[in-house]
Design a protein around this ligand. Structure first.
Ligand code: GLV
Length: 319
């Protein structure tokens, strides 16, 4: 049986698949695979390991002759038409849990980078502008006693909240559902999205992207933010109306914003580069050696399980 991996990922995946008697082909180029290349390479395979940059819609799925499993090398799976794949008897899996700590740590780093103006301060020094210590130079904000609003209280949101508590932050959250585990860990209650935006000094986004969450963050809630507020997004760019947030940042209506994800990756909105009150990262939430190895292993194990007619370890269903 054949497995196609759409981009070079940690070798642990290929090794594990081959040890289990599967023949593996990896897309060798150091760029995202094109639609035509994807179609050509997946026609006769039994399993695919895909990336979040691969749009696997009905036109790709219709072209698969033998495929039983698509294992996404990511926790988010908005790049795949899961419902359509399932309707064709193809199981879709993702890589939850193994990247939770990496993404939670990156989120905290982004919050701190915004609060302490770290990239801006470093640029200031590199530009040769550090000529004297000044009482009012590059003043940031403190996190202690501030309120962190977690939007989407799943695994990653929960780990961010736990870490923020160690900084002496108060926590509130918004989620479609009541989240008992989150509430037990943080001793907090669910609030409405508007209440969260008007109360929190730091807002961190952790929602999955789907039809219900597309642009759920927009002018109507962003304009409720306080003047000293920070908002960070390590989830998916499209849950946030980027232009609405850029307007607010341009007018200095909030303190700053941290982005790890963008509406149109990798062609992010270049207006962001003109702003000094943003921290901009290239989608590196799960980019640790530990997380990426574990993601590769889990994706491979999902493929092996399905092809051996066992249950997938971490299947996903359409929303
Ligand atoms: C990364 O963005 C992921 O969904 O794993």
């Amino acid at each position: 049986m054949k497995v196609f991996i759409t981009r070079k990922i940690p070798v642990i995946a290929k090794d594990l698949l081959e040890k289990n008697g599967l023949s593996v082909k990896e897309f060798a180029k150091d760029r995202a695979i094109t639609k035509e290349e994807l179609i050509r390479n997946t026609k006769n395979v039994d399993g695919i390991i895909s990336l979040l940059t691969d749009k696997i819609d009905s036109s790709i799925i219709d072209n698969l002759k033998n495929c039983k499993v698509i294992a996404n090398f990511a926790v988010g799976y908005n790049n795949i038409d899961v419902e359509y794949a399932n309707s064709k008897g193809i199981i879709v899996t993702n890589t939850p849990d193994v990247l939770t700590d990496s993404t939670a740590e990156l989120t905290i780093a982004l919050i701190l980078a915004c609060a302490k103006r770290i990239p801006e301060s470093e640029t200031f020094l590199r530009d040769g502008k550090f000529v004297a210590w000044k009482p009012q130079l590059l003043l940031g904000v403190e996190l202690k006693n501030k309120t962190l609003g977690i939007v989407g209280a799943g695994r990653i949101g929960r780990e961010v909240a736990k870490r923020a508590k160690a900084f002496g932050m108060k926590i509130i959250y918004f989620d479609r559902n009541k989240r008992e585990e989150f509430q037990n860990d943080t001793g907090t209650k669910k609030v409405s999205l508007n209440k969260l935006f008007s109360t929190a000094e730091v807002v961190s986004l952790h929602l999955p992207l789907n039809e219900k969450t597309h642009h759920i963050i927009n002018k109507s809630n962003l304009t409720l933010l306080k003047k000293n507020a920070i908002i960070v997004n390590t989830a998916r760019g499209e849950i946030l109306n980027e232009n609405d947030l850029i307007d607010l940042l341009k007018q200095k209506k909030i303190f700053s914003a941290g982005f790890d994800v963008y509406e149109n990756e990798p062609n992010f909105n270049k207006k962001l580069l003109k702003l000094d009150n943003v921290v901009l990262l290239p989608h590196i939430g799960s980019a640790t050696i530990e997380a990426r190895n574990a993601m590769a292993e889990l994706a491979a194990k999902n493929v092996i399980s399905v092809l051996k007619k066992n249950k997938p370890i971490t299947p996903v269903l359409g929303d």
